[in-house]
Write a protein that binds this ligand. Structure first.
Ligand SMILES: [Fe+2]
Length: 437
């Protein structure tokens, strides 16, 4: 059964449904820094140190790198007489900022046993203490030149909160003991039959416009031409993806992009990451450990290649980011974020348009490129987003590991075609012939 609603008037506000935040920057800083450390509560010291593949950073590195960001971009330029706790940390904990100096090899972060976890926590405490006078100054002066970078530092740390969870998931998956980050496991309800929201063709505005925080890659707001199309009401489920597998999805080259098929063969992919067959039955590793695959939950840990092949098999396609944003602007900025504590995509059986935000990041068919008029910031911070605009795809929404206050309708996440370790999933779209829209 196909349900369809018509969409023609996008909402104007860019911050739809944003939750109220504490007023002072100092208080927000404390909240974000504490949230990072709370994510580490289930971990033992040994868990903090491991990197299971080049994309995965050790928990200890995330804790230190987020502190290095504040140290390098806020304390060094804006705090009087600041002295680093240890000058060698800049080499270890700079990620990719070439203009900020030489840095350690990313793939070897798991070899760094010193500083110890305790010393990294001391580093965080040092940065926290040194930042307090600057935070107070900025709270007293709305025009303070450090405000922008401190705000960026908070959102940067929230990005690393999500990475911390997805990285420790891969670390635990790589351990034959298959430890669980948390104990409980939720089972999804039967999802409603798929329905479709029409997107009328025409000129639309997308991108951020406003004065609240946003990453530079979300703007400028600009016009795009959208073809008549339809966006799926909900995410693709494990059960639906199982039909693709059962129909030979991973064995049929005609369904795949050339590089996708080469990747399937090279890595012998037969299912999404974290799926394994146990006595002939599919199981899935989650942050709650390994359990039977939940057919009603949204499929996740699929690459762009897999999302694209699934869509082709289903006779549909992935949405463009403009189609996604036009529809998402009509919806409240609500969903299962990390704050819900589920830590896995879920279906509660609701009907109608849903899951635009939270659960899984949704692959789009839009290449990650600069919007018209985009200019990266000057200096090292200009490296934050702009230099990654090649060979990656835009993902929209947010995931079950994203902090709620970090999500925006204009947010542009991006990953390369073969990345699978993030909570990435599928929302289908299809063309609507002119005259039917
Ligand atoms: Fe970072």
């Amino acid at each position: 059964m196909t349900l369809a609603t018509s969409l023609s008037t996008p909402a104007a506000a860019s911050d739809l449904g944003r939750a109220a935040e504490p007023v002072s920057l100092a208080e927000r800083y404390r909240t974000v820094r504490t949230a990072t450390e709370q994510l580490c509560t289930p971990l033992h010291t040994e868990d903090y140190v491991v990197s299971s593949m080049p994309d995965v950073s050790p928990t200890k590195w995330h804790l230190a790198h987020t502190s290095w960001f504040f140290e390098t971009f806020a304390l060094a330029p804006f705090a009087e007489h600041y002295r680093p706790l240890n000058p060698k940390y800049a080499f270890l904990f700079n990620s990719y900022y070439v203009q900020a100096g030489e840095r350690h090899c990313r793939a070897q972060r798991g070899l760094v046993t010193r500083p110890t976890v305790a010393e990294v926590y001391e580093y965080r405490a040092h940065v926290d203490a040194q930042l307090q006078p600057l935070l107070a100054q900025v709270d007293d002066d709305p025009q303070h030149p450090a405000r922008e970078v401190l705000e960026l530092g908070l959102h940067h740390e929230q990005q690393h909160q999500e990475l911390l969870l997805t990285d420790i998931k891969h670390v635990f998956w790589s351990n034959p003991m298959r430890p669980a980050y948390r104990a409980d496991r939720r089972v999804s309800s039967v999802p409603a039959p798929q329905g479709w929201t029409r997107v009328d063709g025409g000129v639309r505005d997308i991108g951020y416009e406003g004065s609240a925080f946003h990453f530079d890659n979300e703007g400028p707001r600009h016009r795009v031409f959208v073809q008549p199309s339809a966006l799926a009401h909900r995410l693709t489920t494990n059960g639906e993806y199982l039909e693709f597998i059962a129909d030979g999805g991973y064995r049929r080259p005609e369904l795949w992009l050339s590089r996708g098929w080469a990747t399937v063969r090279e890595h012998d992919w037969r299912a999404p990451l974290y799926w394994e067959s146990v006595n002939g039955a599919w199981h899935e590793f989650t942050l709650a450990g390994t359990g039977p695959l939940d057919p009603h939950a949204p499929v996740t840990h699929v690459s762009y290649f897999e999302a694209d092949a699934y869509a082709r098999w289903a006779g549909k396609r992935l949405p463009t980011e403009a189609e996604w944003e036009v529809v998402a602007r009509t919806q409240p900025l609500a969903g299962r974020f990390v704050d819900a504590g589920v830590l896995h995509p879920h279906s509660d059986g609701a009907s109608g348009l849903q899951q635009l935000f939270g659960d899984v990041w949704q692959w789009t068919q839009s290449a990650y490129l600069a919007y018209p008029g985009y200019r990266a910031s000057a200096g090292a911070l200009g490296e934050y987003n702009g230099k990654w605009m090649s060979d990656q795809w835009v993902l929209r929404g947010a995931s079950c590991a994203t902090p709620a206050s970090h999500a925006r309708v204009t947010y542009r996440n991006f990953f390369p075609s073969d990345a699978r370790w993030q909570f990435t999933g599928i929302r289908l779209a299809h063309d609507v012939p002119e005259g039917e829209a």
